[in-house]
Design a protein around this ligand. Sequence first.
Ligand SMILES: *Cc1c(COP(=O)(O)O)cnc(C)c1O
Length: 375
Amino acid sequence: MIPFNKPYYSGKEKSYIAKAMETKILTGDMKMIRDCESLLEKKYSFKKVFLTNSCTMALEMAALIANIQPGDEIILPSYTYVSTANAFALRGAKLIFVDSKMDHPNMDEKLIESLITDKTKAIVVLHYAGVACDFSVIQNLSKKHNLFIIEDAAQCIDAYYTNIPLGTIGDIACFSFHETKNIHCGEGGFIAINNPALLAKSEIVRNKGTNRAAFTRGEVSKYEWMDLGFSSMPSAISAAFLFSQLEKIEKVQKKRLKLWKNYFKKLKPLQKLKSIQLPIVPKFASNNAHIFYFICSSEKERNNLIEFLDSNRIQAVFHYQSLHASPYYKSKHGDRSLPNADKYSQCLVRLPLYYDLQIEEQEFICAKVIEFYSK
Ligand SMILES: *Cc1c(COP(=O)(O)O)cnc(C)c1O
């Protein structure tokens, strides 16, 4: 079976973990964690990075740091992962879901302004497949209506808007190092704080609601409960694993991009025949080759394709189910229809894409997709 994903291994994980174990300091704000954080800060110019044990945790921290209160309204895409929405629902916020674009799963920026009310506190953007939203629109709205921008940048390592790294524009951005992402540590992630006014609070939220960081720096004589917080730090074992992967990011990206481009080239004839719609990368966005997806013409066709590939020992998968239509939020959302989000829920399919995917395996996958459409 060609699986949908195989986690990447740098080969240095074991030796770095052994080194971390020798220090006998496996928890807290130790060197291994700071090494990962400063590498990320330097490479991508984030103002401040805190490693977390997941992107989900980073999003929950973001909602707390932005001081989201019951009744506040949050504008976010419907076509996204549950964690994007759940973090804000946990704070009692009302979720205002926005439809996707006609030609891209990302939220349609043109629809946002009419949904802003005096209760709106933040726009939460998702950059699907690591492809940027149109920040020119979102930044204008944020300034005009005084709204936080929070980026669900889970898929966005080494992805850019014009030349600007994703995750540096929003007030807060959340990344994932889950094993399905380009680089990973099993479960992990980070929160990037770009708005200096949020730094002090984020340090407290990160330290379980205490001023332990100030205590460690010798600024206070004891540490106390200052505010709400989370236990969000990974252990040194995860950080050591991650560091070995961060060192290899260029190598990973080069290989993934090569595979992505080959998929695009091989499947282009199907787009010409109007059988499928290949992914679009707008001029202002880069492609970090996180996902290779395309859009089928119906749900039935998409499901038949997945079944056909499965019978050929290839694991292709669909993706999100629109959150506005989810069992949990359907009745709260009301009856505003979001047809493009529904289309991606029904018709989008993702093909295997990982560092160790062999070129012959990829040729086989393309041949089988083409065979499906020639029947
Ligand atoms: C992977 C992903 C998450 C969740 O990341 P975890 O690190 O598993 O919590 C959230 N949002 C998006 C868009 C993702 O792709």
